[in-house]
Design a protein around this ligand. Structure first.
Ligand code: C5P
Length: 400
């Protein structure tokens, strides 16, 4: 319920992407938002107010002369208790209207008449040539300069059969953008590198050694960091999780690959912080077979030999220009004592402790932050809530 208590005025303008906004309306409602739909006449050509009323659970407004509002001023009253106005899809024509302050229907008038503190988010949706047209790009620049937040568009196949920029973002991506718009931008412009998930160390081409890390905590942290305004690179071991929207994901399998990917990312871009959430295997199989091991006899068992993997966190912390390093410690007991000692041993400014078997694969967790000042508890909560709290704590330390 990441939008609990939020009121969103959702404006639809003319475009085939209107059908996707039906899905967005549901998603906003499921996230806890109250949705007030306003449609232009062109939008009504693509989807009916009946559909949008049923999905939003609220009366839909389409006309600036609508007498159902007591004072007959829907362009004022509809936004006064709103937390955000979202225009999706936003047509070429509507971008022009926003850029120039046109007020010739309810939705455009309502946008101009909104109080300055209400954010306006728009999701452009149009043909590639319409998007690339210099006139449109001029309007986009004017909208941006006025503080209007553009969500997308994306590139891809279009309803008209052409391909290129101009596709509206998908409903789940728009939802991520809307949720992010309400988050404190404590990491704006910062680059964060995060490892997450387990590693997989092959025994042979079909078998391997891994662990129970689901990747959920690391992915939640990556998402929270993006929501806080950071540019996030997520180096991930094998997980079943979807890449959080806005995050760049690099997929690896083994600890050595994770190490190499982390070092490559650091070379490519200076990172302000490195958060090592991954449950990295301490050992790999030194005598891994290139062919599948066969069961040859009744009592025959393969003998595996192990070699130590590089400690990624320690290698990064030892770099001369190391980013601010955050480690994770999954202990099975004596968390306070072991984790505090581990922070000093690993020579990192911040270590996040949790009880391993109580968190692996779970949706909630409990964290203790250890730094030079001592221990800070983040009480049991879902991993998303903890990730947001952890990112705020990190931001405080980065800015200190
Ligand atoms: O020493 P231990 O494995 O308990 O330390 C855990 C922390 O170190 C985690 O942050 C983990 O991501 C990181 N780590 C690593 N490379 C390893 C082992 C652990 O980056 N080979």
């Amino acid at each position: 319920m990441r939008l609990a208590g939020k009121k969103i005025v959702l404006g639809l303008t003319g475009g085939i992407a209107c059908y996707k906004v039906a899905e967005l309306t549901r998603a906003l409602g499921k996230a806890g938002a109250q949705v007030q739909v306003v449609m232009t006449q062109a939008a009504c050509q693509f989807i009916t107010p009946v559909t949008m009323q049923a999905l939003s659970g609220n009366t839909v407004f389409t006309d600036q002369w609508d007498a159902r509002i007591g004072n007959n001023m829907p362009h004022i009253d509809l936004t006064r208790d709103a937390d955000a106005i979202v225009i999706a899809p936003c047509s070429t024509d509507f971008l022009f209207k926003l850029a120039h302050g046109a007020c010739d229907d309810l939705l455009s008038t309502l946008c101009i008449a909104r109080p300055a503190h209400i954010p306006l988010l728009v999701a452009p949706a149009m043909n590639v040539e319409m998007w690339q047209n210099p006139a449109t790009q001029r309007n986009v620049a004017l909208c941006r300069a006025d503080g209007i937040h553009l969500m997308g568009p994306a590139a891809g196949e279009q309803a008209c059969g052409e391909t290129g920029m101009g596709r509206m973002l998908e409903p789940d991506q728009l939802l991520s953008e809307i949720i992010a718009s309400f988050q404190t931008k404590s990491l704006l412009g910062q680059h964060l590198l995060i490892t997450a998930g387990p590693t997989f160390e092959p025994i042979d081409p079909v078998r391997g050694i891994t662990n129970l890390s689901s990747g959920k905590m690391g992915y939640a942290i990556a998402q929270a960091a993006w929501e806080a305004g950071a540019q996030v690179t997520l180096i991930s071991g094998p997980t079943a999780l979807a890449t959080p929207y806005g995050v760049k994901r690099v997929q690896v399998q083994t600890a050595q690959q994770m190490h190499d990917a982390v070092m490559a990312a650091l070379k490519q871009q200076t990172q302000q912080a490195f958060i090592a959430v991954a449950a990295v295997a301490d050992w790999r199989v030194a005598n891994a077979s290139t062919q599948k091991l066969k069961k040859t006899g009744e009592h025959d068992t393969p003998v595996l030999q192990f070699a130590q993997n590089p400690d990624i966190l320690a290698s990064v912390a030892a770099l001369p220009d190391a980013p601010y390093c955050v480690g994770f410690a999954a202990e099975s007991e004596n968390l306070l004592e072991y984790a505090a000692a581990k922070r000093v041993r690993k020579n990192i400014p911040l270590l996040v402790g949790n009880i391993g078997h109580q968190t692996f694969g779970q949706d909630d967790n409990e964290l203790v932050l250890f730094d030079a000042q001592g221990a800070t508890q983040l009480p049991r909560a879902d991993k998303q809530t903890l990730a947001i709290a952890l990112i705020q704590e990190l931001a405080k330390r980065l800015h200190a």
